[in-house]
Write a protein that binds this ligand. Sequence first.
Ligand SMILES: [Zn+2]
Length: 574
Amino acid sequence: MPTPKRFLAFVTVCALIFSSTPRATASAYDAHPKLVVVIVLDQFRADYLERYREDFKGRGFKLFLDHGADFLDCYYNYANTETAPGHSAIGTGAYTDGNGIGGNEWWDLTRNKERPVSSVEDERYALVGVPNGGKTSPGASPRNLLASTFGDELRLDTLGASLVYGVSLKDRAAILPAGAAANGAFWIDQASGRFITSTYYMQQLPDWAETFDDSGRIDQAKQEANAPDSKNFYNDVGATPAAVSYELDFAKALITGAELGKHPTTDVLMLSISSTDILGHRVGPDSPDQRAMVDAVDTDLDDFFTWLDKNIEGGLGNVWIALTADHGIAPVPADAAKLGLNAATIDMQKLVANLNDAINMKFSPGEKVEYLLPHESLPYLALNPPPFDRAGINELEAEQAVQNALPAAFASLVKPAASTAPATAKLPPTPEMFRSYTRLQMADGQLPNTPFGQLIAHSYTPNGGWYVMVIPDAFQMAAHEGGGTNHFTPFSYDRHVPLDFYGAPFTPGVYHGRVEPVDLAATFASLLGVNQPSASIGQILTQALKPAAAVTYPKPVPVRTHPVRRRRTAESKQ
Ligand SMILES: [Zn+2]
């Protein structure tokens, strides 16, 4: 039996041994994991993963489907399913009513009377890295984001030690999910394809980014896209699989250049793949071209994950990866109409003209005042306050007048039936309005106490001045030149997105039951041991989390700091 004194020494040594053993459980503060990567597929409906599953090879999508937690029923719980709000929801764990981002752009007459401003436009922060010096384009920043992201919270909690970056072909998709405290966001100059940023983040591009831009990789992507002479990289290359590997190669250059995953605390990369959306708008979700794009993303993710496995210390075992999308997509209206759905297209110019006529009739008979602003796009119709003011009409009356005029304005889009005889074939689809809500109704919460009412409440934005939210019937959308399709509604096809996790804390398997993309930020904040983002309403996905004791990470490479330091102290005493 050891004497009490010896026993005490033994206990002390044991305590020292155990306290110096790295924590096995997740904590951002001991770099467990080294790196969190959130992959946002721009316009990617969750059913693609089932539909095209037999195409997938390697460790692309199958990393999640075979080795990760795969949530089959993830739906956005809001109604304005556009790119900027979707990316904001993923980062902030909040919807538009919490993070402020209601659309890709909106009218702000105090900032611009000619056109809507974009969600990330900011003239105070010039673009950096644009070939012409960026003088022709407004700058960019996360100025409109009213909530913190989980990356912001990680930066706050680690006093800036953790690094957070955003990457996309699109400015809004790089800037918004990363957040206001991000170290950098990179997107492309649409004409040249060069990756750029803004002075919000840095005064000049890092050397590694300039090296990438000058490496000839742009020309390689143009060649691969069969567009060697392209003067618009975004349109010509962006809509091809060549842009997916181009973007992922930039992400590798960023991870290497910024040394992500090599810090004492966890780093984060928010990576949005844009090409699925650029092509998807043109060809729709059911096109063989979009299937080829999905397959190309699978191949490129396989390559990217293999690269991470080789280049992050401890491999993929030290990385958490999430996969989701900013929104789904409607079928091309003509395709849906063939199957009998009332998938009409809406002539927006005519709709707005009809509304202006009706409002003139009410407030200024015989005149042709433009009470609605130009460049209207659903779901928010923007009102033009100055002419209403001149007519002595306040916001409440103005929005109600537009709302009241909507059913007739929609009805007058319908071509009169040729005959009243019973139809022998299916009648052509007709535009119809499903619901409308004024800004004041939304702001005051005058909404039905139902799940649908909650969708609308989550879509309230303080931006955009006076507006009326207009939702046409399911499968209907504004007509676009050249056909194609769109996303902007509260209907399931626009809200259904993948939600998948790979990494040490997640129990692999298929998970049924409704979850939301806002759960991603909430779950990561919880796992990393930081505060929830400021407006987060996400649920922590405990059903897919292993007990903490079961979470292990690859052993770190031993670092001999203690003996060295002790020896130095001993030497200095001599
Ligand atoms: Zn889109």
